[in-house]
Design a protein around this ligand. Sequence first.
Ligand SMILES: Nc1nc2c(ncn2[C@@H]2O[C@H](COP(=O)(O)OP(=O)(O)OP(=O)(O)O)[C@@H](O)[C@H]2O)c(=O)[nH]1
Ligand SMILES: [Mg+2]
Length: 459
Amino acid sequence: MKFVDEATIRVEAGAGGKGCIGFRREKYIPFGGPDGGDGGDGGTIWAVADYNLNTLADFRFNRTFRAERGGDGEGSNCRGAYGNDMEVGMPLGTLIYDEGTGELIGELTRTTQRIKIAQGGFHGLGNVRFKSSTNRAPYQATKGSPGEARDLRLELSLMADVGLLGLPNAGKSTLLSAVSAARPKIADYPFTTLYPQPGVVAVGALRSFVMMDIPGLIEGAASGAGLGIRFLKHIQRTRLLLHLVDILPPSGADIVESIKTINAELKEFNEEVAARDQWLVFNKIDQMPEDEAQVLIQKALKRLKWKGRWFAISSVSRAGLKELLHAAMDWVQEHSATEPEQLLGAPTVETEPKAKPKSKLRAHPGNVWKAPKAEKIIQEKPVAKAAKAKKAVKAVKKAVKKATKPAVKAKKIVKATKVVAKAKKVIKAKKAAKPVAKKAVKKVAKKVIKAAKAKKSKR
Ligand SMILES: Nc1nc2c(ncn2[C@@H]2O[C@H](COP(=O)(O)OP(=O)(O)OP(=O)(O)O)[C@@H](O)[C@H]2O)c(=O)[nH]1
Ligand SMILES: [Mg+2]
């Protein structure tokens, strides 16, 4: 399959359903009153991380995603159906940008993650909502608000723990195929690998990490030579870089110079990535006697003044592979506290689009309503009262907590009864509040009385 790491798509969330104007009509019931129901909310579109995907190739064909609109309200107080939400699967490591503003909406870095990319419209209100003592037969209803629509630019930066780096033909793909189930193309000509390929390396029971093979780099890659540095962005999120070196390059090139070249290109691409942990991995040691290989490697290390870790392996004879994989696994486990998104300095993952409507109703889930009338209707009194009662319950609970601590030390009962009095006061004051809230206050008061009695009897 073709590897695609950039795509533009359009998302259109569902609009809210219309409110209905209806009146109850029944035999022997004159003036039945308004009974037009609300519409349903429109469907929202979410981007969901799908670990089965590795490319954005699917978005080449299907570029527009539309969520369902909410159903219209009907007579007999029937509410319209909610529009179904839509989930768009994207590979892990996808960055989602708003094409219009350039704003980074979010990035998918965890398998369970979901990012809202277009908010569904808020439902229209039926005429029941508009009835009042002075307007008993309102011929008034509202339309649902439209769903958000936006163009998105998707950028894929694959996620892996360990990235492979090196000249073409260094043996990167061979190493990946030797240690994982991935089957990248391998051949003895440069640029066999044309796109990045991840593979899962299982080191032991429940111990595994992801290794990423990328196309080879050559001198001048930063300015477009070879396949350029386009694919280097896929090792941006890797935490450890394995720099593969062919100890006996067929071209007879100096290996120290090759290592320096690759690092210079890496630095040109991104200094921060170049400063990451890098291990030198001398490959193809099966091509010469061991002692000769050792001498060659030591010489190279001396010339490079290399202070980091290094390994000598052969992907064909599998010499040194075990040590390398265990060391990499240990390193990955040690550094697992660092989240990849921290490395990138990207914002938090559960980001919502910034362009929110300036409505007070924003607090309601799934709400993008703007009409001032609707705001008034929904902020009805019982809601405010219940909120106040809840606050009071919290205050009593806090008071009880505070009072019981010093009460253990000194005169417990006196202090506890004070709290009871406080709780009772709250009950009295919140008589009009919701019965649930009242119950909660009573429960707290009862608890305090019980505790006080128990302590009294102990004495
Ligand atoms: N003798 C020997 N040959 C190897 C070893 N590893 C890789 N090769 C050979 O080196 C050649 C290139 O290997 P690849 O794995 O395709 O190299 P690559 O780094 O992925 O190259 P590009 O994809 O072109 O960047 C192949 O012919 C491999 O068989 C090794 O450990 N020993
Ligand atoms: Mg390759």
